[in-house]
Design a binder for this molecule. Structure first.
Ligand code: AMP
Ligand code: ZN
Length: 459
């Protein structure tokens, strides 16, 4: 435990970078909004996971691994899940179980540690019902037509503070759903009725299911208490989701303060554009891993942009990251795992998660040949564990015969002016995951991350 590190975090609540003082250094508590599980996580979904994983690692480093509690939920009851079940004909439980495991596998490939708690919404329905009953009893919610709504008017003094808007501004600017059972257009759903074909639970308001926001309030209360240290998520969640979480939690538990520090990551884009299915630049983490881009490379690219800035995923960045990591891993292999990171490197992460700064330090360590400092810094960033990743290790195949063959084919082609055999070989090597480098004096075949030696067998 090295409590002399001063952690500073940008708090959305105050719009300032503040010194982080935990409520209880023996048990530092963080909650991050997790995925809705109906499909593979897209690359943007991975950004909060990696950002808060770095923060989790820092907190563990500073306060001790056993003194940090990190909870991240799975939203496994949601209309998008219901729609997916209806269109595929598959049971909901099967879809959510499968996607939950995909998420854990994909995030594991990015080097993300599993949080201490990963609550599923469907396992906390009684706690949500209790909280809703409490909100009604305290005059902050009302039941109408099988629904229960949070009455935003009952907490005008607090609603909108996080995102910096007044209730009136929000009414004017928001595309809120106008429903006959709402007293005020800003009121949001805590509970809604379910027809027989939809997932539902018995409640004082009839058979129904919870709204999305109440889930995080009920689960964070259950696992972390009425007051905890850090709440995180993407900045698209600030309004309405986080605003609603705050309203529910502060009104149900006025004795507590809910989260002290609110952290929001900016969005991820692809080649300068918003990632979207209609632009054809939408892809999942799994897609990239399948293409042979290692998880460490994805993580490196993420870490190269500060979490509060929009981050642009580009193929060029991924290629450069791979090259850098190959070099660093080869160097880090010379040092022992588990070394203490340099205090000034820890300070960089502690300065509002300046991962970009740490990568710049790593470049310096690499150039100076300070392999111990390089390795411990990479470990702090979660780029390296005990073992050097397999994809870095040179594949155990003899490439020189292939290089000679391509070289000879090219010499023959220069004479005959028929390059078809050269082209055929080049295509085959590229498809096998080799980079073909040809110069006047020779041919070099360099294995990429997705190199598959079996593809050379029938050449
Ligand atoms: P969702 O499943 O849509 O609720 O999103 C899960 C998490 O991913 C939330 O914390 C979102 O803020 C985050 N997220 C979604 N899209 C992006 C994106 N393009 N860039 C960064 N984070 C995102
Ligand atoms: Zn949430």
């Amino acid at each position: 435990m090295t409590t002399d590190t001063v952690i500073k975090l940008h708090n959305t609540k105050t719009r300032k970078k503040e010194v982080f003082t935990p409520i209880d250094p023996e048990n530092v508590r963080m909650y991050v909004c997790g995925p809705t599980v109906y499909d593979r996580a897209h690359l943007g979904n991975a950004r909060p996971v990696v950002v808060f994983d770095v923060l989790y690692r820092l907190l563990r480093h500073v306060y001790g691994a056993d003194h940090v509690t990190y909870a991240r939920n799975f939203t496994d009851v949601d209309d998008k899940i219901n729609a997916r079940a209806a269109e595929s004909g598959r049971p909901i439980g099967e879809i959510t179980a499968e996607t939950t495991q995909w998420f854990l596998d994909d995030m594991g490939a990015l080097g993300a540690l599993e949080p201490n708690h990963m609550p599923r919404a469907t396992e906390y329905i009684p706690q949500m019902i209790t909280m809703i009953e409490d909100l009604i009893a305290k005059g902050h919610a009302y039941a109408a037509e099988g629904h229960v709504l949070f009455a935003v008017d009952s907490w005008r003094e607090g609603y909108g503070k996080l995102s910096g808007r007044s209730v009136d501004d929000m009414i004017a600017g928001a595309r809120v759903e106008v429903a006959p059972y709402k007293k005020n257009p800003m009121d949001f759903v805590l509970w809604k009725p379910s027809s027989e074909d939809l997932p539902g639970w018995e409640s004082p308001w009839g058979r129904g299911r919870p709204g999305w926001h109440i889930e995080c309030s009920a689960m964070s209360y259950e696992l972390l208490g009425d007051t905890f240290d850090i709440h995180g998520g993407g900045n698209d969640l600030m309004f309405p989701h986080h605003e609603n979480e705050i309203a529910q939690s502060c009104c149900a538990h006025p004795e507590g303060e809910f989260a002290h520090y609110w952290l929001h990551n900016e969005m991820l884009q692809v080649e300068g554009k918003k990632m979207s299915k209609s632009l054809g630049n939408f892809f999942t983490v799994h897609d990239l891993l399948e293409q042979g881009i290692p998880g460490e490379v994805i993580r490196f690219v993420f870490l190269s942009t500060h979490y509060r800035k929009p981050m642009d995923w580009t193929e060029k960045k991924a290629k450069e990251a791979e090259k850098t990591l190959r070099k660093w891993y080869a160097q880090a292999a010379e040092a022992l795992p588990g070394g203490q990171p340099e205090p000034h490197v820890v300070d960089l992460v502690a300065d509002d998660i300046n991962t970009h700064g740490v990568l710049a330090e790593c470049h310096q360590f690499s150039q100076a040949g300070d392999l111990v400092a390089l390795r411990s810094s990479m470990e702090l960033l979660g780029l390296l564990g005990e073992d050097i990743p397999d994809w870095v290790k040179a594949p155990d195949v003899e490439l020189s015969s292939h290089e000679a063959r391509l070289f000879k084919a090219r010499q023959a082609a220069m004479e005959s002016k028929d390059f078809s055999e050269v082209d055929r070989l080049k295509t085959a090597y590229t498809e096998a995951g080799l980079e073909v480098r040809m110069s006047k004096t020779g041919v070099e075949l360099v294995p990429g991350a997705g190199f598959d030696p079996a593809k050379l067998d029938n050449l």
